[in-house]
Design a protein around this ligand. Structure first.
Ligand code: OOG
Ligand code: MG
Length: 266
């Protein structure tokens, strides 16, 4: 990792238990750097990796990964300027058009993303956007429901990485398409909540091209000693700002060329 570990093994386990408790019982906690101001990005990933290990030990299945904070809109909204990654499990997936409960979430927000499904395994370092496109089976539109476990949805990079990039739920849908049939830089996206426009942007907002975000993710995975296996579901990062949702809200994300993804909240 580009920065060093400062946490002891005991601290990593303690912080992991704190984050896991907040995630599974849906309560807010202070950001971890309040207690550990010297926490580094490497420390954040050490906590996240311990969380992943525990979830897998409990029978959750790793289905893919997500890139976070990859667009200007997201970086400005969250006050963080470096992208990050998090893992996705089968327990986080929700069907398209389904009712998503909020009682098991702290303060959910929705964001539109381009998702990739991989047909070949990718291994960094040195992974490029061209490598990603060649290894992609298809892309599809997705909505991520993020839910920071930190009070006020306020955090720094080390804390949000430890909290698995605020990952909570995700919904894939629309129309799967082959990348060679699309220009992934120019896809327009609009998000509607209760029939009103709440966000719009083009997919180039994500590091110039969503495949760049996936390449970045593969290169971070290499630093963690991991690869991106064939069959993985990968979200490339919110294109627009994330929008808060509450019970009763319905959300539609409309993607040019890729169709739309809908859900409602209860
Ligand atoms: C961090 C997660 C960011 C994205 O797509 O940018 C993320 C957060 O904003 O809470 O998932
Ligand atoms: Mg996201």
């Amino acid at each position: 990792m580009s920065s060093n570990l400062t946490l002891s093994r005991e601290d990593i386990v303690r912080l992991c238990e704190r984050v896991e408790g907040a995630q599974t019982r849906a309560y807010a906690i202070p950001k971890l750097t309040d207690e550990y101001p010297d926490m580094t990005i490497a420390d954040g990933y050490a906590v996240q990796s311990e969380l992943r290990r525990r979830f897998i030990a409990k029978g959750h299945k790793l289905v893919g990964w997500k890139a976070g904070l990859t667009s200007k809109a997201k970086m400005q909204q969250m006050g963080v300027s470096v992208p990050s990654i998090g893992f996705l499990t089968d327990r986080m997936a929700r069907p398209e058009n389904s009712a998503i409960t909020t009682s098991d979430l702290v303060h959910p927000r929705v964001e539109c993303e381009v998702a990739f499904v991989m047909k070949e395994t990718l291994q960094g370092p040195g992974c490029t956007a061209a490598d990603v496109l060649a290894a992609t089976d298809y892309v599809l539109p997705a909505v991520e429901i993020i839910d920071s476990r930190f009070s006020g949805f306020k955090f720094d990079l080390a804390s949000v990485i430890a909290d698995n990039g605020s990952s909570a739920r995700f919904v894939g849908g629309g129309r799967p398409r082959y990348v060679e049939d699309l220009d992934l830089r120019t896809l327009g996206v609009v998000m509607e909540k209760n029939g009103e426009l709440v966000g719009m942007a083009a997919s180039a907002a994500v590091l110039g091209h969503p495949a760049e975000a996936v390449a970045m993710l593969v290169n971070i995975l290499a630093e963690l000693g991991e690869n991106l296996p064939a069959g993985s579901f990968v979200m490339s990062g919110g294109i627009t700002e994330a929008v808060p949702v509450k019970p009763g809200d319905s959300v539609v994300a409309r993607f040019q060329e890729l169709g739309s993804v809908s859900m409602r909240f209860t």
